[in-house]
Write a protein that binds this ligand. Sequence first.
Ligand SMILES: N[C@@H](CCC(=O)N[C@@H](CS)C(=O)NCC(=O)O)C(=O)O
Length: 378
Amino acid sequence: MSSDNTPYILYGLPHSLYTGKARCYLRNQGIAYIERPTSHPDFTQRIQPQIGRGIIPVLETPEGQVIQDTIDIIDYFEQRGVSYPAYPGTPLQRVVAVIVEYYGGQAMLKQAMHYRWSYRIEQEAFLFHAFSSGSDPELASKIMGRMNSYLPRLGVNEQSVPLIERSFETLLDLLEAHFAEHAYLLGGRPSIADYGLIGPMFAHLGRDPVPAGIMKRRAPRVYRWVERMTAPGLDVVEYADYPAEFCADDELPRTLEPVLRHIAADIFPELTDKLAFLEDFVARMQPADGSPVSDKPQVRQVGMVTTHYHGAAIEVGVEPYLCYVLQRATDTLQQLPAEQAERVMTRLAELGLEAAVPRNQRCRVARENNLEVWRNVE
Ligand SMILES: N[C@@H](CCC(=O)N[C@@H](CS)C(=O)NCC(=O)O)C(=O)O
């Protein structure tokens, strides 16, 4: 809390994926905040006009700075210093953490949105309660309908649904084995990998009745990690002697490796196809440096690509935002002496993840005034 006792304000909702990511961070780090819903007059009258689109979470600092985007919210606090810095200081762990953050925040929308919206009958009362809190029932039904309509563009279709469910179950099994040994993904404290993964694993998959039931029955330790991530400080009662550090010497926990191979199988070839689309898009459109990535702030996708998910044909929307997430891995590698960068790339290649680090892209995505903009690279 600041000296005049004005706390941070987090505008968000209990069932929102990205609000969950920011909320976990604030709680784990012991940062005092209050949470306000989107129905709060301050949000509609003061905050949303500044952001220019209907999106959460938004952080308002005691000084009145307004920040949208979970990466920017986390980075704001990291730069000021926190109890448990979330960016690993060593390169392999840092690059892997960025990739897992991408997986949770972008790639896992398939699992999150499928389980939320494909089991309407089983979950209707729960979802209606969430979506109608603070808004009128008619608007709630409208928003629910819109969310439902996002599924095909995320790659959720008749062929991919069984594969998406298998992927969720496999992920649970692999994480269950991991949490038998470690409290967090990279060791004894949460990193941006945990914050990325908790988005879908809390709001949708750890909370909505159908997937939360699967998680509790199939992977109790994963469910405990969800609790741990949403708790204040480090809720590590089961790992009493484990230091609150990432694994030593830039090592990856042995039990994380199968999780990373699973991530590779889940994100490719889709990610490669999306990156190629974005390269081509920028070559064709030659956007001016600093211009918004789309004409309307509410629109995040700039086109569609046809690709595959575990062999099933899917057609998915492409968000330039993915570059904003992953280019932090590229930057980490570029700052390293060649020899060290090669060591990291060799390890990534062993895990099938080398193509998750965009190399030689002509375009970059930056954020200005809480919007994604193109950044030209010479
Ligand atoms: N990149 C943003 C994504 C935020 C986001 O997509 N939030 C969702 C709620 S979980 C939203 O506001 N969606 C509004 C919409 O799609 O209309 C972040 O990390 O904060």
